[in-house]
Design a protein around this ligand. Structure first.
Ligand code: SF4
Length: 347
């Protein structure tokens, strides 16, 4: 195993300045660390930065988040994807507040909270409370696979890489600073041991790295070929009233995008919808017109193709739902629905 002290010395010189990261000697706020970890699971550091700041402005403490209505949290999360995560975030804040307002300091207590899995519990435990664990994200997997030249492909190699990463804690230097050590591994993976072209000459672990010695660093970790995601189809209906507002409705609480606003539409299914069949799901009888083209959105487990119909609200028709101006709707709608607004606005 390479020396933890060498990596920590490198980290002390080259650590990234990140909005959620406490500087040396500064107090660490578990709420901020937990929030950043949840946000970073679905998007990049660069994209999370402004959204993180905005979220904290609105919900500065775990108590403020717990006290908020779900609709407010959903609105602030719009565009960040994976709404189940936002729901769990809200539920977790409420569970923490119900238990007295402090996050548990150990990984078992953290993992018992809604939406906190093994990785997040390890990351928050290590970074906020110096729990002696190594959180294994994609960066840590890559660094570990390269150091030990593990050629088995992911995801099968995960348990082996996790066990190897846990071995770092046998080093007293890592055990003395688990939070810094975890963040040093993250930074090494993000800035030096990068996916396509690792900068081995700048790496504090260069001398002991097996993959570098074998000349296969850039090829690791190997990955099993991905199964193609199935394609589903939907048809949606953009109804516009005399004031230029559009009709939205709220999705069912349970399931994909639960409780989020949407542009009314058909269920999403494997087969395409022909117009007559789709119009049975329209929110109102109106002179519907098909918009040319289609919108596409990728979910984790499937791809979605959507066609769009638009119509002006006929007089005397009062469909169920809520009316919003397009700019307000855009802010409140999940990304998948924004693609429909983009499609409607295309010249
Ligand atoms: S020597 Fe190269 S491949 Fe090995 S850990 Fe460092 S950057 Fe990654």
């Amino acid at each position: 195993m390479p020396s933890a002290a060498e990596l920590l010395a490198w980290y002390d010189r080259h650590r990234r300045i990140l909005p959620w990261r406490a500087g040396p000697g500064q107090a660490r706020d578990p709420y901020r660390i937990w929030l950043s970890e949840v946000m970073l699971q679905q998007t990049t550091v660069a994209a999370v930065g402004p959204r993180y700041a905005r979220f904290l402005d609105r919900f500065p403490t775990v108590a403020a988040l717990a006290a908020a209505e779900w609709a407010e949290v959903a609105e602030e999360w719009a565009g960040l994807g994976y709404y189940a995560r936002a729901r769990n975030l809200h539920a977790c804040a409420r569970a923490v507040v119900a238990a007295g307002g402090d996050f548990p300091r150990d990984t078992a207590g953290l993992e018992a909270l809604p939406g906190i899995g093994r990785y997040t519990a390890s990351a928050v435990g290590a970074i906020a409370f110096d729990a002696p664990v190594v959180p294994v994200d994609g960066n840590v997997e890559r660094v570990t696979a390269r150091l030990a030249a593990i050629e088995d492909p992911l995801p099968g190699a995960k348990p082996r890489l996790t066990a190897l990463a846990a071995g770092f804690m046998a080093d007293p230097a890592a055990r003395a600073r688990p939070g810094d050590f975890a963040q040093a591994l993250f930074d090494l993976g993000a800035t030096v041991c990068t996916p396509r072209s690792p900068a081995c000459a700048l790496c504090p672990w260069c001398a002991g790295c097996m993959a570098r010695r074998m000349g296969i660093a850039a090829d690791l970790p190997r990955k099993s070929p991905k199964a193609a995601r199935p394609l589903r189809h939907g048809a949606h209906f953009l109804l516009i009233d005399a004031q230029g507002r559009i009709l939205l409705r709220r999705r069912a609480e349970k399931g994909l995008l639960g409780g989020m606003l949407e542009i009314p539409g058909t269920p999403w299914r494997a087969g395409r919808w022909d117009a007559a069949e789709a119009l049975d799901h329209a929110p109102a009888a109106a002179p519907w017109r098909a918009v040319p083209g289609m919108a596409r959105h990728g979910f984790t487990h499937f791809e979605l193709e959507m066609v769009l119909f638009t119509a002006a609200l006929p007089q005397g028709v009062m469909p169920e739902g809520e009316w919003q101006r397009p700019d307000a709707a855009r802010a409140a709608l999940p990304s998948v629905m924004r693609r429909l607004i983009d499609l409607a606005g295309r010249p």
